[in-house]
Design a binder for this molecule. Structure first.
Ligand code: NAD
Ligand code: DAU
Length: 348
């Protein structure tokens, strides 16, 4: 049985990846390593926690001794690395936290993998899950391809760019077998309500203001999180060694148009009069260094691995809203910090 380490598996995207791998691959034992920061929530994966091919490990990737011992003990065959500080606004107020987890944490994993994979590295794989934000900002036209030069603008994207460079450098210098994917904005169930879509769903439910940064003309390319998990599965198994793949939704929206669509859908679902939720829109001070537009050219992963999004944005957004409305308890718990009680009950 192969041993696969997934980091950050209690977070938003990681929980969908862990679930997919635990359910689909009985020949793997999945180790989910997560520090359970504010963004990590074991409730996200409560449905698979008793699976016989699954083990949760609470731990911090910044602790090199701990990581080395973990790799020495389990001799992992593959690593899918998602653990990160992931929110741009937080990186503006506390950049060092992003350097610690995203850069030093990734370095610790690379060093540990390099140490245990010296002899038979060909059947091993280090998969770094990264972001399209490393490419900086697009103007009104054009798309990010795998050869677009890195040009990060926020402390978050600078830390992810740095970790991508280290992964690639370990491949070139030490022959570490790696793949990297750079993905656009995800949305879906279990999305932490500090990011645009879940924050605004939560605020609409509670009749709170919807803080649109600046004029709202910023553009993002949205992808349903389960389609990202499917892409990660494909790249982990079939991607070429030492390659990068862009993943995106072919789905660009200006923030203000997306927020209006969300308001319309929420009005319908909450039985409110048309236009009621839109009244909550408030234009607030812009995010410093705000990237104007992200848009991914995902033709490489499409041509080489046959991947494309499986749900339309309308379906994905509809399912996402339904999930949040059906899981108001989850939403209440994560906004009140109640979820840490779940962890204390289970793992202390
Ligand atoms: P998230 O913030 O929801 O989850 C991050 C997880 O990592 C949490 O469970 C947290 O507890 C864990 N973690 C944080 N610091 C840790 C540490 N020091 N040691 C161990 N675990 C730690 O993030 P997400 O949105 O699910 O993003 C996952 C990955 O995907 C990140 O690497 C992010 O850069 C990347 N990504 C995200 C998006 C997106 O739209 N959310 C898009 C492209 C790429
Ligand atoms: O592109 C991939 C990236 O997408 C990931 O790497 C990041 O981890 C993820 O957080 C996301 O980054 P963004 O900064 O694009 O996502 P966020 O949801 O924070 O913001 C989306 C857009 O909405 C952005 O233009 C800022 C704007 N926004 C956001 C918030 C939270 C608002 O106008 N108001 C808000 O309150």
């Amino acid at each position: 049985m192969k041993k696969i380490l997934i980091t950050g598996g209690a977070g938003f995207i990681g929980s969908h990846v862990v679930r997919r791998f635990v359910k689909n691959y009985a020949n793997y034992h999945i180790f989910n390593l997560d520090a359970l920061t504010y963004a990590g929530n074991l409730e996200n994966i409560a449905d698979i926690e008793k699976s016989s091919n699954y083990t949760f490990i609470k731990g911090d990737i910044v602790n090199a001794d701990f990581i080395n011992q973990l790799f020495e003990k389990h001799q992992f065959d593959g690593v899918i690395h998602l653990a990160a500080e992931s929110h741009v606004d937080r990186s503006i107020t506390d950049p060092l936290a992003f350097v610690k987890t995203n850069v030093i944490g990734t370095m610790n994993l690379l060093n540990a993998a390099k140490t245990i994979w010296t002899n038979d590295a060909n059947d091993k794989r280090f998969y770094h899950v990264s972001t399209d934000e490393v490419y900086g900002s697009l103007g009104a036209t054009g798309l990010f391809t795998e050869t677009t030069p890195y040009d990060p603008n926020s402390p978050y994207s600078a830390s992810k760019a740095s970790s991508d460079h280290f992964v690639r450098a370990y491949g070139e210098t030490y022959g570490l077998p790696y793949v990297i994917t750079n993905c656009s904005n995800n949305y879906g169930p279990n999305h932490f309500p500090e990011k645009l879509i879940p924050l605004f769903i939560n605020n609409i439910i509670n009749n709170k203001a919807l803080p649109v940064y600046g004029d709202g003309k910023y553009t993002r390319d949205w992808l349903y999180v389960i389609d990202h998990a499917i892409a990660i599965d494909l790249v982990f198994h079939n991607g070429k060694n030492h390659e990068t793949y862009n993943i995106g939704g072919f789905n660009e929206w200006q923030n203000i148009d997306l927020v209006r669509l969300l308001c319309r859908q929420m009005d319908g679902k909450l039985g409110r009069e048309a236009g009621e939720s839109e009244k909550l829109i408030t234009h607030v001070k812009d995010r410093p260094g705000h990237d104007l537009r992200y848009a991914i050219d995902a033709s490489k992963i499409n041509k080489e691995l046959g991947w494309k999004p499986s749900v339309t944005f309308e379906e994905g957004l509809n399912q996402t809203i339904d999930w949040f409305l059906a899981n108001e308890e989850w939403l209440k718990n994560v906004t009140s910090g109640e979820y840490s009680k779940y962890y204390e009950k289970q793992y202390s």
